[in-house]
Design a protein around this ligand. Structure first.
Ligand code: PXL
Length: 294
């Protein structure tokens, strides 16, 4: 059967864990054919971002148009948009009806703390892009930046979802990966659909490997929407997928900072293969385990 098609408009993460690379793996894992428009090329690894090379906004638009003029795109996800010009250009495409079932992940800061969006573009998310979103997926830090207020409790997280919801998106999910005070051993994402608040709860998994979690949640939501699921079903499926991908990659030792998730499930590796990967790591930095050097 021909697969449904989704489009990601996002940045490239050279370390393979976040951005376009996470989105395409997520689409593939969920049976959706992935297409992409690249907004910026980043030089980064699991520790930090070394450089950002934005793609000119008009060439982001050219990529989107090439895809949507030809392929039956059923849903779209935006991630790192990098510049105010690109945020505005993507909003214009959405206003022209070219970006169906739009999931907007307002990527501003990487898990390493590096900025991924020009500060002057932050408020444009609210005024230009948010009104066109089917689902808007800020994490707690991004919701705080957008609202100019601290979010410390689950109740404040619910209030933030409602306030952002009043700005136009059909559904807002304020993700709780960074715990508020009363949800320490769970991750609680709070959704507001214009009428009611509901929560998506998952276990908090003890691992440093959380690079690309937000991208994966948003692209899994877009994959759900591409397969004709309703919004609630899509975001509940995305929460389950991201929790599984974190669990399956929790023991991976890739890189020296925040490692990636396992989007594609168990691979046919052996203990000998694991030792070899650890030994390769020792050649490019500190050894992940003391006896790894072969
Ligand atoms: O997870 C946010 C994100 C999105 N897009 C790109 C990234 C990151 C985080 O590092 O690199 C390209």
């Amino acid at each position: 059967m021909t697969p449904p098609v989704a489009l990601t408009i996002a940045g490239s993460d050279s370390s393979g864990g976040a951005g376009i690379q996470a989105d395409l793996k997520t689409f593939a894992a969920l049976g959706v054919f992935g297409t992409s428009a690249i907004t910026a090329v980043t030089a980064q690894n699991t520790v930090g971002v070394h450089g950002i090379h934005p793609v000119p906004a008009e060439f982001v638009v050219a990529q989107v148009q090439a895809v949507v003029d030809d392929l039956p795109v059923a849903s779209v996800k935006t991630g790192m948009l990098a510049t105010a010009e690109t945020v505005q250009a993507v909003a214009d495409l959405a206003a022209a009806g070219r970006l169906p079932r739009l999931v907007v992940d307002p990527v501003m800061v990487a898990s390493s703390g590096d900025r991924l969006l020009e500060p002057q573009a932050e408020q444009l998310y609210l005024t230009a892009l948010l009104p066109h979103a089917t689902v808007f997926t800020p994490n707690l830090r991004e919701a705080e930046l957008l609202l100019g207020a601290r979010i410390r409790t689950l109740n404040e997280q619910r209030e933030a979802a409602r306030t952002l919801g009043a700005l136009g998106p059909a559904t807002v999910v304020v993700k709780g990966g960074h715990a508020v005070t009363d949800t320490a051993d769970e991750t609680v994402d709070v959704a507001w659909d214009g009428e009611r608040v509901y929560e998506l709860r998952g276990p908090r998994i003890d691992t440093p490997n959380n690079h690309g979690t937000g991208c994966t949640f948003a692209s899994a939501t877009a994959a759900g929407l591409a397969t004709a699921q309703g919004v609630r079903e899509a975001i509940e499926g995305a929460k389950a997928f991201v929790t599984q991908a974190i669990a399956l990659g929790a023991a991976w030792r890739l890189g020296h900072g925040h490692g990636p998730l396992n989007h594609l499930g168990p691979a046919p590796t052996t203990a000998a293969h694991d030792r070899e990967v650890d030994a390769q790591q020792c050649q490019v930095g500190p050894c992940p385990v003391p006896d790894a050097r072969l």
